[in-house]
Design a protein around this ligand. Structure first.
Ligand code: SF4
Ligand code: MSK
Length: 665
């Protein structure tokens, strides 16, 4: 079937969306005939199935599919499975799916690291200090070992943890001691990375684990193997290999595409190919090829989390978040979109067919009908990167009508845990002490993480409005993933945005000179947030565990299974996590109560659900205040309540605002 024709009939045109950059592209003649997710979501005539939405549809065996209704005796599965069992199984499989994606990403980075350590790739070991620190954490004595020998030992140890069967994964020891003891007591300490996903899939097979609490314990173990295992391995080894991020200025939004350069967008998640493309983009051979076709050079820009990886480390711009991936192509100005794995909509293939754009897949795990496949190999990284860029250059003369919107926004990114430590304490006394002190003295109310995807089913600017409300209430905000890109588009990732912060937070930000919202990286980099929270505990004065500190998290527009795995590893680590606009267990009140209430008794952290920026802010600030009270820090800090007029007031003066592409007007 020719998928390029599939979405063309009758539903293209100018969709109703709030995002100015997206509207400028999709309502332009250059996008005529193009159909994107913005159109598909509008034209969908069937609402999501209630059984699927609430987690009560089971298709784990061929006696089904069975649709279950909690409390109705006749509406259990043919096998007798009740709603809590089915909902817990479905939830656990979402966690396993998300964790598996991070695990395969982490394994890829670890194998590339080992090859690099052995001198078999063009990459290098850039951060020798972090290599030594990581070795020590793994129980490896760096002694007088050469960088090469040490890197090989570290690489071999971490690669082995993917297939480890017994014991505990190494980075779990970075968690606060009481947390490690709790996990041990509950039996949720991950034994190996892959093992926990395999066991999760086994236990949710027909006729195995049929106690929802027991299923959810393994879901916790599986998620912890992601956060404190695979994701942390991916982040730490990427930092050692490609450099630990430091603050860097760059731009985001579709306007970063260039009219006189060959635009190559890198989309997906893995940093290895994007790094290679960045290494060759200014090669004299490539520059000469560009000249031949009348282009000034190659403009490398990111989409989704591959974008966040090269933004954090190289300062390359991000053209779009998840919901903008097809819109970026609909500019008609992209010579090649190069994709690796995860969050790549199949819709990019038919959209690319409307233009000269070459869609290129590069992973044997992720091929797309209609795309050209160029297999990436780390050992030939630069050759493959040059081949891809030359394909893009060859497309430049074929560029037809195009429309690059004027929207782009300055951002400052690159806030790794190490950087925050340095900014707060300085090179010689790097420490989180100033952060803890300012939380204790009340200038900073607490810390909130806004993470995860953007989503065409969400109706308004939740990320941006929420971030504004949090900082105005003296809450320092940390962001990752596509939420970071959306918040960046609205101007909140620049130091100038400190004007929107409450007086206390502003005073601190002025002293250290950083934005009120700190971009900490891609979705695997949520492991940086675990380390930051742990560091706050170790610094002292805010309790003994992550469940004590005034820190909360949220994913208001979650889309991917990875977000659920991330949420669960934060909950199991003691954080309060709010998701929206829906939660996948609502078909069972029993399981939902367990996630929203009883998990708090078990882990000191739990899930919650909210819709709209106000409700998110209410719940998150209430939880921060509750934790402050428990720590005896509740003397100050009246809550500032926001109405729409106040929001507009805060937004004024920030050009290019109003770009949550999920929003329908
Ligand atoms: Fe139905 Fe049970 Fe089979 Fe699920 S496992 S499809 S509930 S019979
Ligand atoms: S890319 S997982 S849409 S953050 Fe990491 Fe963005 Fe969510 Fe994909």
């Amino acid at each position: 079937m020719d998928t390029s024709k599939r979405f063309k009939k009758g539903n293209s045109g100018c969709p109703s969306i709030q995002c100015e950059a997206n509207r400028e592209v999709l309502c332009n003649e250059c996008a005529s005939g193009v159909v994107t997710a913005a159109h598909r979501v509008q034209n969908r005539s069937v609402e999501p199935c209630l059984f699927g939405k609430g987690g009560t549809c089971c298709r784990n065996c061929n006696m089904g599919p069975c649709q279950i209704i909690e409390g109705v005796d006749a509406m259990v599965g043919i096998c007798g499975a009740d709603a809590p069992t089915v909902v817990a199984r479905n939830f656990a499989r979402i966690v396993a799916g998300g964790a598996a994606a991070h695990m395969d990403h982490g394994r890829g980075v670890a194998l590339a690291f080992l090859e690099t350590a052995k001198g078999e790739t063009p990459y290098e070991i850039k951060d020798g200090i972090k290599l030594r620190e990581t070795a020590l954490r793994l129980g490896i004595d760096p002694g007088e070992k050469s960088k090469t020998d040490l890197a090989i030992e570290v690489g071999e140890k971490l690669v082995s943890e993917f297939g480890q069967q017994e014991g505990a994964i190494s980075f779990i020891k970075r968690a606060p001691q009481p947390r490690q003891e709790l996990w041990q007591k509950l039996g949720v300490t991950p034994r190996g990375v892959d093992r926990e996903v395999v066991e999760m899939m086994h236990r949710t097979h027909m006729g195995v684990d049929q106690n929802y609490k027991n299923i959810l314990l393994q879901a916790a173990r599986c998620a912890l193997a992601d956060g404190w295992g695979a994701s942390m391995i991916a982040t730490e080894l990427s930092d050692i290999m490609f450099g630990t991020p430091v603050p860097i200025r760059t731009k985001v939004n579709i306007g970063v595409l260039k009219k006189d350069e060959v635009n190559v967008t890198v989309h997906g998640h893995e940093p290895v190919l994007a790094e290679a493309l960045a290494m060759v983009a200014n090669d004299p051979e490539i520059v000469a090829e560009c000249k031949k076709v009348g282009a000034k050079g190659v403009n490398l820009a990111g989409v989704c989390c591959t974008g966040n990886e090269i933004l954090m480390r190289r300062g390359l711009p991000i053209a779009g978040s998840f919901v903008q991936q097809e819109v970026v192509l609909a500019t008609g100005a992209v010579e090649a979109m190069v994709v690796d794995v995860q969050c790549i909509m199949q819709g990019v293939s038919p959209v690319s067919k409307n233009y000269h754009t070459q869609l290129i897949t590069t992973s044997e795990k992720a091929k797309i009908t209609g795309a050209k496949h160029v297999q990436f190999h780390e050992d030939k990284a630069l050759d493959v990167a040059k081949e891809i860029i030359k394909m893009a250059i060859a497309k430049f003369p074929e560029r037809g009508k195009y429309c690059i919107p004027r929207h782009e926004m300055d951002v400052v990114a690159g806030f790794s845990h190490e950087t925050i430590n340095y900014i707060l304490g300085g090179r010689f006394r790097a420490s989180y002490k100033p952060l803890n002190d300012n939380i204790i003295n009340g200038r900073i109310r607490g810390v909130a993480a806004i993470v995860g995807c953007d989503n065409y089913r969400v109706m308004d600017e939740v990320h941006v409005e929420l971030a504004k409300e949090l900082i105005a209430n003296d809450v320092l905000v940390l962001v990752t993933g596509c939420a970071a890109t959306g918040i960046g588009r609205a101007g909140l990732l620049s130091p100038e945005a400190m004007e929107m912060a409450g007086d206390g937070l502003k005073e601190v930000l002025e002293a250290v000179g950083c934005p009120p919202v700190l971009h900490m990286g891609s979705c695997v980099d949520n492991s940086r947030l675990l380390i930051a929270a742990t560091e706050m505990v170790h610094t002292g004065g805010l309790g003994n565990d992550i469940s004590d500190i005034p820190v909360v998290g949220c994913a208001p527009q979650w889309m991917s299974e990875k977000a659920v795995s991330i949420g669960q590893y934060f909950v199991s680590s003691g954080a309060y996590v709010v998701f929206g606009p829906s939660f996948p267990t609502t078909g069972s009140q029993v399981v939902t109560d367990f996630c929203f209430k009883q998990m708090n008794d078990i882990y000191g952290g739990c899930w919650d659900l909210a819709q709209g920026a106000n409700e998110f802010a209410d719940k998150m600030i209430d939880k921060i205040n509750e934790r402050r009270k428990a720590l005896g820090l509740d003397k100050k800090k009246e809550r500032v309540l926001f109405d729409m007029a106040m929001r507009r007031e805060l937004g004024s003066g920030i050009p290019g605002m109003g770009c949550s592409p999920g929003g329908h007007s």
